[in-house]
Design a protein around this ligand. Structure first.
Ligand code: PMV
Length: 364
């Protein structure tokens, strides 16, 4: 894989003080990524809807170090989250910067002050690593663009941002563009790569444009098992090979479905993917369960509603107890009513977030 293309060779140090702000979205996988090898290479390809309302806004202020100042080999930054200094988030970001320093040599020539905030409530159980890492990656690419003596194309900027974000959190590679992003090399997806995400390269059927996702907040607490630990448990997992094959087959199938608009097959595949992801957790050793009783209540209520009404609503799950309720735009009113009447009672404080498919990162 050609990662050399991401090492800049025509940088000039013309900027002493600058600042960039980006708004980047979260995403929800339809075919899941679970299992990887070093350095963040996925064991199977995945695809996600980019979201819109669930996002992170990050500003990075860059100031070039003067000669008397700090060590020029060190990466120096301060981090503020929702206006407050956040020392406990720093190690994760420091590790991310170390991983990408080869590709971003300017990281050591500036001191950085990072301000970040999420649109979704803190500790909502919605992973902020995808939107958080992609926002930092976009700010770095804005700096790189301003330092580069050759013109960087938007295509290159997005590709490298996805490449960098992936090194912070795998699924973050899918949080740069939209509305559908594939990450992981796959023969059915032209241009796909293990080291960055690409927009789904084929024409998407009308029904999947503007899809809705209501995120039902079943459990806002910290996850008992992090996704890093979960990914690691796929080493020596008894069903790992079958799972990676299943996911790759599902990716080929969903590529067809997204083009031909077969919504019943979409429902079947997406729900099966969600349950297969959680089946990997149930059958890891040590085993663990991230679903809660109310996760199952919601799933059963969705199945009942679909049987009774012929609705095309379905669910998917992330690595947590919250339920993503997916439905086409033309069912927006009936499904919202259904959620209010029958599902919100299973959410903490009846809380859910209405989101729709979005187009990706926006510079502010
Ligand atoms: O990006 P990570 O390491 O947090 O892993 C994300 C894994 C899932 O969210 C469970 C699935 C996915 O493909 O997003």
């Amino acid at each position: 894989m050609d990662t050399q293309q991401f090492i800049p060779n025509s940088l000039q140090n013309k900027t002493t003080k600058t600042s960039f702000t980006w708004k980047t979205p979260s995403n929800i996988a339809l075919v899941k990524y679970w299992g990887k090898t070093d350095p963040q290479i996925p064991k199977n390809a995945s695809i996600s809807f980019t979201l819109s309302n669930s996002h992170t806004i990050t500003t990075i202020d860059f100031k070039s170090k003067n000669n008397s100042e700090a060590n020029h080999n060190e990466i120096n930054f301060e981090l503020f989250f929702e206006g407050k200094k956040k020392e406990d988030f720093k190690p994760k970001i420091a590790k991310f910067f170390e991983r990408i320093r080869e590709y971003c040599p300017y990281l050591t020539t500036y001191t950085m002050v990072i301000h970040s905030e999420n649109s979704f409530p803190h500790s909502s159980g919605i992973a902020s690593s995808a939107s958080g890492m992609s926002a930092i990656a976009m700010c770095l690419m804005s700096l790189e663009k301003s330092l580069s003596s050759v013109e960087l194309t938007d295509e290159f900027i997005y590709k490298k941002a996805s490449f960098l974000a992936r090194l912070g959190s795998g699924s973050a590679s899918r949080s740069i563009e939209g509305p559908l992003v594939v990450w992981g090399n796959h023969p059915a997806i032209k241009g796909s790569s293990d080291v960055f995400g690409i927009p789904f390269p084929y024409e998407v059927h009308e029904v999947f444009k503007n899809y809705h996702d209501a995120i039902l907040l079943v459990d806002k607490g910290e996850k008992q098992v992090s996704s890093t630990v979960g990914h690691d448990l796929m080493y020596n997992h008894p069903f790992a090979t079958q799972r990676f094959n299943q996911a790759n087959e599902n990716l080929a199938t969903i590529s067809e479905i997204l083009q031909n608009g077969d919504i019943n097959s979409f429902i079947n595949l997406v729900e099966s993917e969600a349950l297969s992801l959680h089946a990997m957790m149930l059958t890891s050793n040590p085993y663990f369960i991230l679903m809660k009783p109310n996760t199952l209540e919601i799933i059963n209520a969705i199945w009942r509603f679909r049987n009774n009404t012929g609705s095309k609503v379905c669910f998917t799950l992330d690595a947590g107890a919250n339920v993503h309720v997916l439905y086409p735009a033309n069912e927006s009113e009936t499904v919202t009513q259904f959620i209010d009447n029958e599902l919100s009672k299973f959410c903490q404080k009846n809380h859910y977030i209405c989101d729709t498919v979005g187009l990706g990162a926006i510079k502010l």
